[in-house]
Ligand binder design. Structure first.
Ligand code: TRP
Length: 393
């Protein structure tokens, strides 16, 4: 049984709940559905777009504009300008991101992590990576502890395979590292009322109380760096926008606890291969897993949904709809250069490109990427110890 998200209209004060009434999409930390209008989502969540001024500021440090910023895969933020100013003034920042270990990792999960690694490298940042095995256990009555433990171990391999610096990256597993999180979690929990939690997360009378008590544990790593460094320390959280409710409640109470509000940079979702919507590893045909064999990748891509017409002659005559095509977006976000992608868009629209060609490009690129990723994933098996969190770097 998934968390019951149906709440009274009066409870839908802040967030995704509104989406139920006004839009044909829904974005919460536990459910992403429908055709997401990211502009509207920003308005509802109260986040800001990443402006060209901010991109210029980042470029001053990185020397170039990362493709995921160029393509607006990362599109929204809170206090990104503030944290860049802090960096300018010589106050470095920590990165914090995470994963709920409820399945195998797919290429959509890996995208924000690849970006996080890039930021780590360019800004010389330490990173806390949280695995919320508790959240995934509490969220769904059908998942066993054993199953989640299995995914913790598998997901750790993916995280290491991203290439994070082992001297600057620690993986927190909630149930294992609870002793480090708990002192902070109770400080946080004491300052969040049930009324706030209900309206932000949509909890209802049928929600189990474990879920209701969970948010402080995801908030805790936002403040852990301040404890580790012994002074208030800026933290930047790169994550998909569905996690934003957590950061809203965390930001609300940060200053009362004597910490900086955590800053965020939000990504969109990589669409599922079968239609637009989030890629999901619980529906394996919609996702390219990091453990998929090349033949499986080619099969999944060849049966993908596209923005193409029903027949070749119609496609030649009317052109396709690249903006509604997952194959186009995979190529744009992950593999095409900006120029290649712009050309692909025009050629598709004018009927000069057939879906088979795009699928074959994606299949080749994804195979090359994933074969290499898998090799690194295997090598990660005897490196996991290096990333264990011990409360300090
Ligand atoms: N709740 C997230 C999930 O279900 C996992 C998570 C924990 C996370 N801490 C995070 C995600 C920080 C992004 C950033 O996937």
């Amino acid at each position: 049984m998934e968390l019951n998200r149906r709440v009274a209209a009066s409870d839908a004060s802040l967030t995704g709940d509104k989406a139920d009434f006004q839009n044909n999409f829904k974005v919460t930390p536990w459910e992403v559905e429908g055709d997401i209008d990211y502009r509207r989502l920003m308005a509802q969540f109260g986040t800001l777009p990443i402006t060209s001024e901010i991109i210029e500021k980042i470029k001053k440090v990185t020397g170039e504009v990362h493709p995921m910023l160029k393509s607006q895969f990362f599109f929204s933020h809170r206090d990104l300008d503030w944290i860049l100013n802090k960096y300018d003034e010589g106050e470095g920042f920590y990165l914090y991101t995470g994963r709920g270990p409820s399945g195998m990792v797919h290429i959509g999960h890996a995208m924000p992590w690849l970006f996080t690694k890039y930021i780590q490298e360019k800004f010389d940042s330490k990173l806390l990576f949280q695995l919320t095995d508790d959240e995934k256990f509490l969220q769904n009555q059908d998942r066993s502890k054993k199953e989640i433990e299995h995914y913790v171990q598998e997901n750790v391999l993916d995280i290491i395979a991203i290439g994070f610096d082992p001297d600057k990256t620690k993986i927190i597993v909630d149930s294992r590292d609870i002793g480090h999180l708990y002192p902070l979690a109770i400080e946080i929990a004491r300052r969040i009322t049930f009324s706030t939690a209900k309206s932000v997360f949509g909890f209802s009378n049928s929600t189990n109380i474990g879920m209701i008590g969970f948010p402080p544990l995801q908030a805790a790593p936002c403040f852990l760096p301040s404890l580790m460094e012994g002074r208030p320390t800026p933290v930047l959280v790169p994550a998909a926008i569905d996690q934003d409710p957590y950061w809203r409640v965390t930001r609300d109470i940060a200053e009362r606890l004597g910490y900086y509000k955590p800053a965020q940079i939000h990504s969109k979702f990589l669409p599922g291969l079968q239609k637009l919507g989030k890629m999901s590893s619980s529906k394996p045909e919609t996702a390219l897993l990091t453990t998929d064999e090349p033949e499986i990748i080619s099969k999944k891509v060849s049966t993908a949904f596209t923005g193409g017409q029903a027949t070749i002659s119609l496609q030649r005559m009317l052109g396709g709809n690249p903006l509604g095509c997952p194959v186009f977006w995979y190529l744009r976000y992950l593999f095409d250069t900006e120029k290649e992608s712009d050309e692909r868009l025009l050629k598709c629209k004018s009927g000069n490109l057939l879906c088979g060609e795009c699928k074959s490009d994606l299949s080749k690129d994804a195979q090359t990427f994933l074969v290499e990723f898998k090799r690194r994933r295997e090598k990660a098996r005897d490196r996991a110890d290096k990333f264990t969190f011990k409360g300090a770097f």
